[in-house]
Write a protein that binds this ligand. Sequence first.
Ligand SMILES: C[S@@+](CC[C@H](N)C(=O)[O-])C[C@H]1O[C@@H](n2cnc3c(N)ncnc32)[C@H](O)[C@@H]1O
Length: 349
Amino acid sequence: MAALKRSARLQGQAGKGAARQQRRPRHRRSAAGRSPPAAAGLSEPQKQAAAAPLPPLRPPPRPADFKLRIAQQFDARAPGYDAGNTYHPPQAARLVQLAALQPGEEVLDVGTGTGLVALAAARLVGSSGRVTGVDLSDAMIHKAAVKARAQGLTNMRLLAADIEECAFGAGRFHAILCSNALPFLPDIPAALAEWRSWLRPGGRLLFNAPKASRGAGCAAGLGVGSCAFTVFAQVAAGQGLLLQDPCSLFSEEGQVRRLLAGAGYSAAAISVTSELNLRAGQTPEHWAASGWALCTSLPFADVGAAVGEEGLDAMRRQYLAAAAEVAAGLATPEGIAEPYEMLWVVAHA
Ligand SMILES: C[S@@+](CC[C@H](N)C(=O)[O-])C[C@H]1O[C@@H](n2cnc3c(N)ncnc32)[C@H](O)[C@@H]1O
């Protein structure tokens, strides 16, 4: 049984009830409005001011209630998370397949959400095995527990908890899986090292994460698997903000290998896939509006607090114009097809 460093609500021994990112953005200063004004027609002091280097970009503050924001965001997404989701379920299924789980194994699913990974893992390890799913969001865990009960799975335990506050015993798990959740952790190297200690000798860690890289079709792909974030970061740079890409640790394979070696893993198999996320039926304007909503709700940085109401309003106008232009380039007859690259990692303790 996991010892929790702080409090966590156990949503179910399923069957017993449910329970409870620095890479400098490749922004284009002129496009973002930070170019010095043209010198013609300026007074001498104005010319000097114009020639002076621009102040360095500053990172916006990480919200003090970072974890609470994540939990609230996923609480809100939980009811509709599974329906029509063409992004997370196939990736979760692929991660489980890569794990080649065996009957009797003990598995941890970090950031389990609605249990996409955990439920599939529980079926594979069978009644002699056990799966523990951990998630910050009560509502996501509740949904996972409802699904586990409906499927008659009694070999699962679902915990509403912060993985950074969990203390599982050393050498406990055969496998630790984490699908699309690692970039949410504030200290990824520390988390990877701790998870390694929870693995049995030879046990495996599997995770996926959007690769931070230039994506085809994006002006300057920054990662988070999203052209929308790329545009957002460029517009933020116009306000003097340096947005940290939560996927900055995943920009190239050698970097990921070094990260894992530093956390004590012995070998890593890393592959990268390029995929298209089709937003069926979306027009460029819809895509721009939903991208703004998504980027301003990301929990990693309090952009509103950093730029104030007027700054945010200016950003919104610039964003909507720039994003509509990017989206026009991504438009297909079926909707917006947004390119992204995923990293798939298998590492051994
Ligand atoms: C994008 S969802 C992915 C969920 C699921 N793995 C899937 O494939 O659908 C990321 C999940 O990670 C969870 N999460 C983020 N930070 C966490 C933390 N510190 N501890 C536990 N869960 C966390 C969120 O609550 C959210 O449910």
